[in-house]
Design a protein around this ligand. Structure first.
Ligand SMILES: *Cc1c(COP(=O)(O)O)cnc(C)c1O
Length: 456
């Protein structure tokens, strides 16, 4: 082990240098991937120097998600105290299903969940779990809602047309999950949104009434805190008025921006979260924790048990159910995603998490200001969003983003909202400072100057 730890440190040092030297790794064309790198799996052992050389090459060409040129995704950066926790979790290698195997790690998971439940105003019956991602958090919410609506469905299967409501700009996992859980994609209603991408309560109610009139069974409404493209926040109290009138489960998908709960300045964006039945948040997005770190909490722990517990004599042999987390989780064997969030939270405190969140909004302000004072740019997104959507000199965003990537200049993606395509600059990367935002625009402008684009 010692030898490999030494190698690990060596490789990581090179990775850190590489991130500075070449913030965007040169992309390899997919049709050349297996010829350019030594990925082949041999019959005989590899000499250690060749093994190391292969790893170095792979590291060099792997996209650098912690570099200051990474704006591509809803995550990025590296916070060392969180990374430390994840490295420890790998070394400890506990599975989180039982107290016997997880020990104090179970307490670490439970204390995070308890704290989040109390922060959002959930009552003493509330609880939660760590899911394999935000999509699966949504899945768990939908399954709990289904079982609460019809307790027989977990045994008999679904025998009626059960209907899901979510906004037209919500995450694709809602319809995918509907397919996975036997509800069917056709039973997902896409509720219209306003000009900012917030779900319209009137359209929601109209759609519910229409379904009821033909004998369908509405059971679940999904709200979003931070839509994937524009970063919009649905108005929870407004939607709750409708969902509660029809007795529907209300979930708040906060995978992207649910972490505003940590900020005094921005938690108003999820006003009404205490009214929801379930809430999910990805610490691997705004909180800079390594992938993946996804939390789902619900008002009543009974619903978790109802949908996810299974007796298994070979597994649950000691301790009370309260500490055998396998009784309320999606998986059986489950990696420890809690420790990295705990090491982060423990070391920087709740105030440190608040600073992380506030900084991203501040950087988004910097970006929007830059766009607003430079006439070659047009802004499409809004205040209170860490997704800054814009076009530069009317250059088609898709072509621009692809060229920036192929030339290893910047990693940034494009998005579409209400038929408008644009560059989507995300300020979530924890490595970023104000100068990196300004630098982004300078790099973009220089790049456009030196390449041929169809400029209007
Ligand atoms: C990222 C995201 C998800 C999916 O989370 P994963 O961890 O990638 O599965 C779900 N909903 C929203 C709003 C997201 O932004």
């Amino acid at each position: 082990m010692e030898k490999d730890l030494k190698l690990f440190n060596e490789l990581v040092e090179i990775l850190l240098e590489e991130e500075q030297r070449q913030p965007v790794a040169k992309p390899i064309d997919t049709d050349q991937l297996f010829d350019s790198l030594d990925l082949e799996l041999p019959d005989t052992p590899t000499l250690s120097k060749d093994f190391k050389a292969s790893l170095l090459e792979i590291i060099k060409y792997t996209p650098k998600t912690a570099s200051v040129a990474f704006f591509n995704q809803l995550y990025g950066g590296r916070i060392s105290k969180a990374t430390l926790g994840d490295l420890l979790a790998v070394m400890l290698n506990n599975s989180m299903y039982t107290y016997k195997v997880g020990g104090p790690q179970i307490g670490i998971e439970k204390i995070i969940l308890k704290k989040i439940c109390s922060m959002i105003g959930y009552g003493p019956q509330s609880d939660g779990t760590f899911a394999p991602g935000g999509s699966m958090s949504n899945f768990m919410a939908m399954v709990m809602a289904r079982d609460k609506y019809d307790i027989t469905s977990r045994n008999t299967g679904i025998n009626s047309k059960m209907i899901v409501y979510t906004s037209e700009v919500s995450h694709y996992s809602i319809s995918k999950n509907a397919a996975l859980m036997g509800i069917g994609r056709n039973q997902v209603r896409e509720v219209k949104t306003n000009s900012h991408g917030e779900m319209l309560a009137d359209d929601l109610e109209m759609k519910i009434k229409k379904d009821l009139a033909v004998g369908n069974h509405p059971f679940f409404v999904n709200c979003t805190a931070g839509t994937t493209v524009m970063g919009a926040f649905d108005d929870v109290p407004l939607i709750h008025k409708v969902s509660s009138r029809y007795n529907l489960w209300l979930h708040l998908d906060g995978a992207y921006c649910g972490s505003v709960i940590f900020s005094k300045k921005f938690k108003h964006l999820v006003n009404g979260v205490e009214l929801t039945n379930s809430f999910s948040v990805n610490a691997h997005k705004m909180l800079g924790t390594p992938l993946s770190c996804s939390i789902i909490v619900t008002q009543d722990t009974k619903d978790l048990h109802l949908s996810f517990s299974n007796d298994a004599e070979y597994l649950y042999q000691t301790d009370g159910d309260e500490f055998n987390l396998g009784k309320i989780s999606l998986q059986c064997g489950r990696r420890n995603d809690a420790l990295k969030f705990w090491t982060l939270w423990k070391s920087i405190g709740t105030q440190g998490l608040e600073r992380l969140v506030d900084k991203q909004f501040q950087l988004a302000d910097v970006a929007r200001n830059y766009i607003n004072i430079h006439p070659d740019y047009e802004l499409y997104s809004f205040e209170d969003s860490i997704s800054v959507c814009f076009n530069y000199k009317d250059i088609p965003a898709k072509g621009l983003c692809t060229a920036l990537y192929q030339n290893a200049t910047l990693m940034v993606s494009f998005g579409v909202f209400k038929n408008q395509e644009f560059v989507r600059l995300v300020t979530v990367n924890s490595s970023l400072e104000e100068k990196d935002i300004i630098n982004f625009f300078k790099e973009l402008e220089t790049f456009v100057e030196n390449h041929n684009f169809n400029i209007k």
